[in-house]
Design a protein around this ligand. Structure first.
Ligand SMILES: C[S@@+](CC[C@H](N)C(=O)[O-])C[C@H]1O[C@@H](n2cnc3c(N)ncnc32)[C@H](O)[C@@H]1O
Length: 375
């Protein structure tokens, strides 16, 4: 069966998550096409289960027709021409599409929010590299599910907490199956998602005792709502000495301290100072983790990238004993070149409403290659 996975706002992050998910869930798939809007694959999945496992996919479309755009007029779409159609890519051709389909939304696409709240049925036209793909939308991400978890969890910390959908992406990038650790847990957003994601052992810690009380409340709430019997172990721990608190960790999904929140863009020199200040924290944490993470285990982590007045300042990516994973390894070079899919990390520049982002999250995935040598 051919399916198109329609990406969220950050297409690279959505793509990295899907590829990682296919890999660790051992889902057989073969590549059909890729654009900045969607990946088209041949696979056997349950679309509804798959979309609820993913944080960055908006829709799954079951492809029924593939054709060069010039053949649009000779295709038979039955009564689907009278239903809404979302168009992904090649908007210059919209006037042609409007000659065939009578309901093309003003913004070219129906949002997943609209589809769910109004109970609409739609089809989608997706432009690939050479061909276009048409099919019916068979699964839609439920933004209200993520939102509900975000606003209903008893303890909030809106400014610092990661969003539930980003937390889900980190979990899929970490490839955790049996257990996962978040050593900078804050109010426990990642732990809450891990519980809803069905992970049976969740380890969380923070060095702030107060915040741990909130994390505990959120975890209790999540277990109740999800009807989960996951074992969640909460510890008061300095991440720089994480191996003193946990052992046999399979994977890590975390957002560490990203530095001070910046109201204005700093100078490049100030941005460098901030990154320099954070460096020992990351280094010591990653080093101590070598004692408790299983060999080959993954660390999905966001590192800060500061938008200074004169360009971006990145955190160092090298950590002894680890290799940076290329999340796009399985994508053919010609697609990578065409779509400028370079680099192994993904910046999350998307701005939240009303929040000016001067500190951008950079999503990185590491694999432990060498355990620490015993002293
Ligand atoms: C960006 S926040 C994480 C937010 C979290 N994902 C949430 O949803 O609430 C970073 C957290 O790291 C914690 N932290 C900073 N340095 C730490 C250290 N050395 N050891 C443990 N926790 C630390 C802070 O207390 C803070 O809660």
């Amino acid at each position: 069966m051919i399916y198109a996975f329609v990406f969220g706002k950050n297409w690279k992050l959505s793509l990295a998550e899907i590829l990682s998910y296919f890999e660790y869930r051992e889902i057989k798939w073969s590549f059909v096409d890729l654009s900045k809007k969607a990946i088209v694959v041949d696979t056997e999945i349950s679309p509804q289960d798959t979309i609820s496992d993913l944080g960055g996919t908006l829709k799954i479309v079951k492809i029924e027709k593939q054709f060069p755009f010039a053949e649009l007029f000779s295709q038979d779409f039955g009564d689907w021409t009278e239903r809404p159609i979302s168009v992904y890519g090649s908007y210059k051709l919209l006037h042609n599409i409007r000659k065939v389909f009578n309901i093309v939304p003003k913004d070219k696409v129906l949002s997943h929010t609209e589809i769910i709240s109004k109970g609409l049925k739609e089809s989608a036209l997706i432009f690939g590299l050479k061909t276009c793909y048409w099919g019916k939308t068979v699964a839609v991400s439920n933004p209200f599910g993520f939102k509900k978890r975000d606003i209903q969890k008893p303890a909030q910390r809106t400014r610092l907490a990661i969003s539930p959908s980003r937390a889900r992406i980190l979990l899929n990038l970490s490839q955790a199956k049996e257990n996962v650790l978040d050593p900078f847990c804050g109010v426990g957003t990642i732990a809450v998602e891990a519980i809803f994601h069905g992970i049976k052992r969740v380890y969380i810690s923070d060095y702030d005792k107060e915040v741990l009380k909130d994390a505990e409340k959120n975890v209790r709430w999540a277990k109740k709502v999800a009807g989960s019997n996951a074992k969640v172990i909460i510890k008061h721990c300095d991440a720089r000495k994480i191996s003193e608190c946990f052992s046999k960790v399979e994977a890590v999904a975390t957002e560490p301290d990203l530095g001070v929140s910046l109201k204005r863009r700093p100078s490049k020199a100030d941005a460098r100072q901030i990154i320099l200040y954070l460096k020992p924290l990351y280094k010591k944490f990653m080093n101590s983790l070598r004692d408790c993470l299983e060999l080959g285990g993954r660390v999905a982590i966001t590192l800060p990238c500061i938008n200074s007045k004169s360009g971006k300042v990145y955190a160092g990516k090298f950590f002894l004993g680890y290799e940076l994973v290329d999340p796009f390894e399985s994508i053919a070079q010609r697609y990578r070149e065409f779509l400028k899919l370079d680099g192994k990390t993904v910046l999350d520049e998307e701005r939240e409403k009303g929040v000016k982002r001067n500190v951008i999250r950079e999503f990185c995935v590491y694999r432990l290659r060498e355990k620490a040598t015993k002293k």
